[in-house]
Design a protein around this ligand. Sequence first.
Ligand SMILES: NC(=O)c1ccc[n+]([C@@H]2O[C@H](COP(=O)([O-])OP(=O)(O)OC[C@H]3O[C@@H](n4cnc5c(N)ncnc54)[C@H](OP(=O)(O)O)[C@@H]3O)[C@@H](O)[C@H]2O)c1
Length: 194
Amino acid sequence: MGHLAGQLARVAGARVVGITSSTEKNEILRQQLGYTATVNRRSSSFVDDLRAACPAGVDVYYDNVGGPALEAVLPLLARHGRIVCCGVTAHYDADRPPAGVTDLATQLIVKSLRMQGFLVADYLPRWGAAQRELHALQKGGELTVLEDIRDGLDSAPGALIEMLAGGNIGQLGVRLAPDPPGWRALLEIEQSSQ
Ligand SMILES: NC(=O)c1ccc[n+]([C@@H]2O[C@H](COP(=O)([O-])OP(=O)(O)OC[C@H]3O[C@@H](n4cnc5c(N)ncnc54)[C@H](OP(=O)(O)O)[C@@H]3O)[C@@H](O)[C@H]2O)c1
């Protein structure tokens, strides 16, 4: 699976880095199959070797094995990188059921799941439209915004500790000073004009 996926990536124009457990296999990948670089997963310098082989990070990782290889690749993934979770061979003969990142990979595979990072900054161009839509839902009574507001800067440390213990109900905020008269109305006008 891995040697075919790597060649298809090469044909599609990718710079391909292969991971195997032997010098012999790695030579075949580079000399016969056109891989740019290879890394031996059994080497004591595996993690450093992999980082050196992927100086610009990893855009796509085709994961057949899970385990230490997946853990080594994760920090190298580039922004908007992708992982194809295909197999978890590193755990097929384990004594215990998979846990942690391996269980995650297993769940992704057997249920054909997709898991994607969400970063609010990626959606900034749609901020205004989203605000209008959310505001309309709130005004129509379909969206309830729960807020838990504490007064004064002195309440901030306690509020933070309470929030981390799950003590707040709704978005926890610290109000530094009371709202000036008419502030809410002004905010509503500004939101509806966006
Ligand atoms: N999702 C799907 O629909 C689907 C379909 C078919 C297969 N699969 C899965 O895809 C994966 C690859 O299948 P394949 O047919 O290509 O397998 P394969 O030809 O049997 O290749 C297995 C390779 O995995 C490596 N390996 C073995 N034990 C390992 C370990 N503990 N840690 C890391 N690597 C290890 C070995 O290469 P090196 O020792 O050289 O690293 C071995 O040559 C398997 O996990 C399989 O279950 C998924």
